[in-house]
Design a protein around this ligand. Sequence first.
Ligand code: SAM
Ligand code: SF4
Length: 373
Amino acid sequence: MLYNESLYQELSSSEPKPGVVSNSSPAAHGSANPSPLPPLQDQFGRTFDYVRIAVTEKCNLRCTYCMPEEGVDFKKGDQILQADEIIRTIGVLARMGIKKVRFTGGEPLVRKDIVKLVEGAAGTPGIKTVHLTTNGILFSRYAKDLLAAGLTGVNISLDSLDADKFQRITRRTGVEKVLDSIRLALDLGFPRVKVNVVLMRGFNEDELPAFCELTKDLAVTVRFIEFMPFDAHQIWETGEHFASAENMVNQMKTLYPGIMDSSGTRTEHHIFQAPGYAGKMAVIPAFTRSLCGNCSRIRLTADGRIRNCLYSDDEYDLKTPLRTGGSDDDLAAVFRTAFAEKAKDGFESKKRSAVKRVNIADIGRVSMTQIGG
Ligand code: SAM
Ligand code: SF4
């Protein structure tokens, strides 16, 4: 059964009452969802309350694990969803029980209307949090406006604290700018500030202790992410740079014998706080895929395709109904089809995609920037 009535009622009744301003976040503008639709659910009973929207494929860095120096064949102009199309989609999703929005990319801050997008998402009835994942380079330019627009959280990616290493991984300079952005986000009072570190063996694994020490004085969550081999250019294919979540957890336990379990989001599968520390440290087993049973996320690519799993190549076209007069029900139907077909986990998704794929050139998307990391 794809539609679970009791859950539907629970989701609808948990919305704030009309006119009551929720204290939970500045993004929640308080009005109840006027006309809820049945929630999005898959055949395994998972419900989805979180959408990650890539708003561009372009980026001002060139992280080696993400894309080649020359970039990829970036879609632009009319090929990518416009602000009104994105905001309309968020409205439809909110009626289906989606409460959390994350803007990502590519680098979302290279998109000039990013503040408008945040404002639109934050003002959508039913949306409780609006977050952004950024490399932090342009953050100071937009930080105050983003906060005023209703942004409730920012994840800033930083893979090395060392200027040379930073340059080697991103093929650009800027480590100080990124560190300043983290401090600025805290100073401005963003409700949630996180630091994303893709940990790689033989490259930045030795920096795990230094990144953990950031949490001593800074009230951030430092999240170590397992590297995922999504690059079709396959520079990491050998697996020699893979650092496992298990190994990261062991290192933390060795570093901080009194470390305590803490609470975090669903993806923060392991999360700890060292005694007396202001922030938290988390491990995300993105490749090991211990998270799939709890999956609650929807992905929308910058060019308007729905993806039901990071590991699946299957895509569902939302842009066409958006541009050919499709009703809200038509848009909702595309999401329902995508999630009715979601596989049990990322291993199954990958297997199915591999069967369909004849050769490497059949992978339409060669970088996380095109999927929305
Ligand atoms: N440009 C923004 C940034 O870097 O934060 C947003 C997009 S980026 C694709 C989102 C996140 O995905 C970043 O934290 C990045 O480090 C991570 N990422 C990119 N490629 C990855 C890969 N192959 N494995 C694991 N994480 C990856
Ligand atoms: Fe750009 Fe983010 Fe990819 Fe790095 S990980 S190249 S910052 S999109």
